[in-house]
Write a protein that binds this ligand. Structure first.
Ligand code: NAD
Length: 805
């Protein structure tokens, strides 16, 4: 059985559940109504008659004349029917048109309203009415029109055709989204904001599911519940610019209501990208950028994409703007003429609008070529040309560079650092990289979320679920910040650990992190990294370094990708000093691979999005060409990949366990005293040969925050599954589980210690920092937090016996 609930929400009794409409007669009795007039559109007449028959011919009549936008003459005709039927209740069966007619009747006569919605318009839970007369739709709010009863029966929505379903779901999503950006949300209780965010999440998911399978009954049920929640939140806080635009367009040009919502919503979301609660919209859509998330959903649901296509004349834009500005709706940002004209012109043209950032036409998928050329050696310096002679031979910035290319210098370190630390690259590109539109800040979402307090409590997180079709989540949208330390707004030092899960490549979108270097650690599915300097392929078991400021687009060639990202603020990642180990062992600089130059000379009239991270915040700008147009480059500020199987592990060959620092692959030093902002440490397959020793690491408290990750394991157990992450905070005691201690203590002290091979199919890694780990709110409250983790360390027995040494 699906969802069933009954609730009295203010003046409205809400009955929800498949088959609920069968009890309509009992519900009408419960209201104490004597005679009911069912109103519907002509297409719903038969269904209305069937329901009226359940109530009884002497107590129910039907009038099937409802039309969209509630024309005044239809209201007059229906009013006559109310009088003829001596009705004291008008029951609307259908969408917003039928409900709108019932509401209009309640305004002028002593009748109450009941609604049995068959679309997702949400009108049934609002006290908002609208009537159209002489090309002008007048809307208002009046408690008399609020339905006393709403019966939600998902079975009744099964026949709603695909296009009407999708458009109506956009109407519902608009209620949720608008509720989140109207200023009144700041004065409402938290229920409205929580309900709106949850509604948007449910609606977006149902819309994607119904777009791929229209007869998905479970998706229909969630869609109807989402529409209810969205309508309720909207009813609590009222409408704003988006609804005003839709109503003006409907009244002036007869633009179909639900379709108008679908066209406008991503554009209005772009307009309100910096509204205080835009992050909630982004979260609900699993997107960094709410507008881009909505454009992607519009594409996935094949929603109408231009006002032109739904019959709005181009010269109508000015008229709409005049009408809106004559009595401006409440808005979190000023409504100026130019901005509104720009918004409507983009919506009118649809995806072809000049500079429209997120295209509705799918851009080409991100795919690396089958074979990728590389240059061996960490930090080179390297030089690379995709066209022979593209690198200027004698100087870096000749007046005219070969092939008419633009030289550009990217300095990854300040100019005057020690030359051993200097990191920079000269690029020779087809178009200048400053040729993009203005940056707009993106809402603070899960990626880049603020850090909370450091806690000494150990924690473990289950693997981040990989998104499933029809949802399309790319690497960037799939990033979630777990925690870290330091302040990116002051340049660090610090670090952040992020998780990612994606099922799609970044399409016409690149990311550059001005805050720090990125270390990508895939656990599931390879990553194809297209960087300005060329391609890198990074399968699980290998890592990639993306230096600060360099643009990258990440593809998921296996259709599913999950892993971790370490972000280092303030210092660069480099190989550790080997000290007494000498000059060999651990990671070898020659095994790090830089990409060979590979470019595309491609215009992107639908817009290429650049997402830029600076001072801990994310910003987006749009440009009309691919940024991956570097034909040749030279320098050391390059991305690198590294196969962890090439790591030469070191260890004890006598007794006792060495510190994990002996397995450091890369480090970012904090100072000259051996403290690190972050080390990347790997525990690969290797021999374990110590004798008369406690072979797993003994219990310890380290001057380090340790964020451990399981990349691969031959024997998942006790929750240490591949993809999980666990934290041992700075100086908190930790070690192996109680039962492992018991097993080891049960062995005789002189039991033989044969060499033991830790299999190659075991690959654990660790991000280790001398700084505390401050978790984000998401990390603290996520459903992925493994509540059973600490139980593994309970119940330790005392083996102390003063009589036995
Ligand atoms: P609608 O009511 O006009 O329905 C669209 C079409 O679908 C109609 O022809 C209808 O007969 C048909 N239909 C409805 N349910 C069906 C089903 N289950 N199976 C097959 N066909 C079905 O459209 P709508 O989008 O629901 O409502 C739009 C109207 O509602 C607009 O006038 C709008 O202004 C108003 N509205 C008002 C509010 C409010 O709070 N007052 C909120 C949203 C919408």
């Amino acid at each position: 059985m699906g969802r069933q609930f009954t609730v009295q929400r203010g003046a409205t009794r809400v009955v929800f559940g498949a088959g609920a409409s069968a009890d309509v007669a009992a519900e009408i009795d419960r209201l104490g109504a004597r005679r009911a007039l069912f109103v519907c559109t002509p297409r719903r007449e038969e269904s209305a008659k069937a329901l009226a028959a359940r109530v009884g011919p002497e107590r129910a009549a039907v009038v099937a004349i409802a039309r969209e936008h509630v024309p005044a003459d239809v209201v007059s005709e229906a009013r006559a029917a109310v009088e003829a039927a001596k009705a004291d209740l008008v029951v609307a069966l259908g969408g917003g048109s039928a409900i709108g007619l019932a509401k209009a009747l309640a305004l002028g006569a002593a009748v109450r309203v009941a609604a049995i919605p068959t679309t997702y318009s949400g009108s049934e839970v609002t006290a908002v009415y609208g009537i159209t007369e002489a090309g002008k739709k007048t809307t208002g709010k009046d408690e008399r029109v609020r339905p006393a009863l709403v019966v939600y029966d998902p079975d009744l929505t099964a026949g709603l055709p695909r296009d009407a379903t999708i458009a109506s779901l956009w109407n519902a999503m608009a209620h949720a989204a608008e509720a989140l950006w109207v200023p009144a949300i700041e004065r409402a209780d938290r229920l409205a904001a929580l309900g709106a965010e949850e509604a948007l999440r449910i609606l977006a998911e149902s819309a994607a599911r119904l777009a791929s399978r229209i007869d998905d009954a479970a998706a229909r049920e969630s869609a109807l519940e989402g529409a209810y929640l969205a309508g309720a939140a909207f009813s609590d806080v009222g409408g704003g610019l988006h609804h005003r635009l839709c109503h003006v367009l409907g009244g002036a040009f007869g633009a179909p209501h639900a379709e108008t919502h679908a066209v406008l919503l991503p554009h209005v979301a772009r307009f309100y990208r910096e509204a205080p609660r835009a992050a909630a919209i982004a979260r609900a859509l699993f997107a960094l950028d709410p507008s881009r998330g909505l454009f992607a959903l519009a594409r996935a649901t094949s929603a109408p994409s231009s006002l032109a296509a739904i019959g709005v004349p181009k010269d109508g834009v000015a008229r709409v703007v005049d009408e809106v500005l004559a009595s401006p709706p409440p808005s979190p940002r000023p409504l100026d003429r130019d901005a509104l004209v720009d918004l409507l012109e983009r919506a009118w043209s649809g995806p072809k609008a000049r500079g429209a950032p997120p295209p509705l036409r799918a851009p080409p998928p991100l795919r690396a070529p089958p074979s990728i050329a590389t240059h061996a050696g960490l930090f080179g310096p390297h030089q690379s040309e995709a066209l022979a002679g593209a690198l200027p031979a004698a100087q870096n910035a000749p007046r005219r560079a070969p092939y008419g290319l633009y030289p550009e210098l990217l300095s990854g370190t300040p100019f005057t650092v020690k030359s051993a630390e200097s990191s920079r690259v000269w690029m020779y590109r087809v178009r200048p990289s400053f040729a993009h539109g203005a940056f707009a800040s993106l809402p603070r979402g899960l990626f880049g979320a603020e850090l909370g307090d450091a806690s000494p409590t150990r924690a473990r997180w289950r693997p981040l679920p990989i998104p499933e079709a029809p949802a399309e989540v790319d690497f960037l949208d799939g990033l979630v910040t777990l925690g870290g330390a330091g302040d990116p707004s002051s340049g660090g030092p610090g670090y952040a650990v992020h998780l990612y899960a994606a099922n799609a490549g970044m399409r016409d979108r690149a990311f550059a992190d001005a805050d720090g270097d990125l270390l990508l650690v895939p656990q599931h599915g390879a990553l194809d990294c297209r960087t300005e300097l060329g391609w890198l392929r990074v399968p699980p078991g290998s890592i990639a370094i993306i230096p600060r400021g360099l643009k990258v687009a990440v593809g998921a060639p296996d259709g599913a990708a999950r892993g971790w990202v370490l972000e280092v603020l303030g210092r660069r990642l480099r190989l550790p000093e080997r000290g007494p180990i000498g000059s060999n062992g651990l990671a070898d600089a020659r095994h790090f691979l830089a990409p060979a130059a590979a470019f595309e000379d491609r215009l992107c009239p639908d817009g290429f999005q650049i997402v830029h991270k600076l001072g801990g915040r994310l910003y987006a700008a749009t440009q009309e060409h691919s940024p991956f147009d570097v034909v040749a480059w030279h320098g050391n500020h390059a991305p690198f990949s590294y196969d962890l199987a090439l790591f030469n592990a070191m260890g004890s060959v006598s007794w006792d366990h060495p510190d994990p620092s002996i397995l450091t692959v890369l480090t970012a030093p904090l100072d000259d005293h051996g403290r690190s902002i972050a080390d990347f440490v790997v525990f690969p397959g290797r021999w374990e040969v110590t004798e008369h020793s406690f072979r797993p690491p003994f219990m310890h408290r380290n001057s380090a925050s340790e964020i451990n990750v399981v990349i691969e394991t031959p024997a998942a157990g006790h929750g240490y599954d591949a993809g999980c992450t666990f934290l041992s905070p700075l100086l908190t005691a930790h070690g192996v589980a109680t039962h492992t201690y018991d097993q080891i203590f049960a062995r005789p002290g002189d039991a033989p210690d044969p060499p033991h091979r830790i299999p190659d199919a075991s690959l654990w890694a660790m991000f280790e920092s001398a700084l505390p780990f401050r978790a984000t709110a998401w990390a603290a409250a996520s459903p992925l937090v493994d509540r059973d983790f600490l139980r593994h360390f309970e119940g330790a027995r005392s083996y102390f016996d003063p009589s036995r040494r």
